[in-house]
Unconditional design. Structure first.
Length: 297
């Protein structure tokens, strides 16, 4: 037998032994764990939508101020973040608050109210590593608050110009869409001249929103936000101002202190003097104070 034939036979024998007993050489981490990509379909195809969302649970306390009235409460929420294969980043939040209504501004207020949003954005153009133009879509909803607002909702599309550094973030956002406001239909007796159909309004509107955020001491950040909705004839419909302080004590956990003040334009519901000149409700602004902890999983 020639030398080459002898070597070939030995190699074949060695391969046959390894196939039967396994190699003694250490394997790489990728080889040690079974790869999902070797299963039927890709990993993302085999995972459910819910398993690909980054979930956060929120638990906290709150105070809802209307004029000089304060209504304490406890709240719970669920927040999710998700990015599609096409690069659309989505955020969703649903919170519910159980309040302890002591002053009964609304005599038949049910002491549970809700707030939620669904937001999406996608990069359109990058001017530099820290400056981007994004397309956005927002759906926000609030229902059954302590004040005169039965519910408010808006569905808006827009553009967002964002500036980011390691320590700071600024953005300006503009857009347009549908705006809806409904005030309490169970009004105190002195306002009973109103019919239910007089107490809601939906219209096309545009908005402007600005936010600034500053990170300091690694774990702390403070941010401020301003948002205003206006009608097509440039009448202010609703204005929100918010300030938030965050302490991140764990990569997936943080404590948040937050205050949000909202002004509503209820003039559109006011009756003329010939209709008894009744106010709708005197509560056209409120402030929501919150302290909560968020746990990511």
């Amino acid at each position: 037998m020639t030398l080459s034939a002898t070597l070939s036979a030995q190699v074949l024998a060695f391969d046959s032994q390894n196939a039967t007993q396994g190699s003694d050489l250490p394997s790489s981490p990728a080889e040690q764990a079974p790869s999902k990509s070797n299963e039927a379909g890709s990993p993302r195809e085999n995972e459910s939508f819910l398993s690909r969302v980054r979930w956060t649970v929120r638990l906290g306390v709150s105070d809802f101020q209307v004029e000089n009235s304060h209504t304490p409460g406890i709240s719970a929420g669920l927040k999710g973040r998700y990015e599609t294969a096409g690069g659309i980043r989505m955020k969703m939040l649903f919170t519910t608050t159980l309040d302890f209504d002591r002053e009964h501004l609304d005599s038949d207020h049910i002491p549970v109210w809700f707030k939620s949003y669904l937001k999406a954005e996608k990069d359109f153009f990058t001017f530099s590593p820290g400056i981007r133009l994004l397309g956005t879509g927002d759906l926000e909803h609030k229902m059954n608050t302590v004040s005169s607002i039965e519910q408010s909702a808006d569905l808006m599309a827009g553009l967002k110009l964002q500036f980011e550094t390691r320590r700071a973030e600024l953005f300006a956002k503009f857009g347009a869409g549908g705006y809806y406001l409904e005030i309490d239909d169970d009004l105190p007796r002195e306002y009973s001249d109103y019919r239910r159909e007089d107490l809601s309004s939906s219209e096309f509107a545009w908005f402007q929103e600005y936010k600034g955020k500053l990170k300091f001491a690694e774990k702390f950040s403070i941010s401020a936000r301003y948002k205003n909705f206006r009608s097509t004839d440039n009448m202010s419909l609703e204005t929100r101002k918010e300030i938030k302080l965050t302490y991140q004590f764990h990569p997936a956990r943080q404590i948040v202190l937050k205050a949000e003040k909202t002004w509503y334009n209820l003039d559109q519901f006011a009756r003329s003097a010939g209709d008894n000149g009744l106010e709708v409700l005197p509560f056209d602004e409120d402030t929501h104070y919150q302290a909560y902890v968020e746990f990511g999983f």
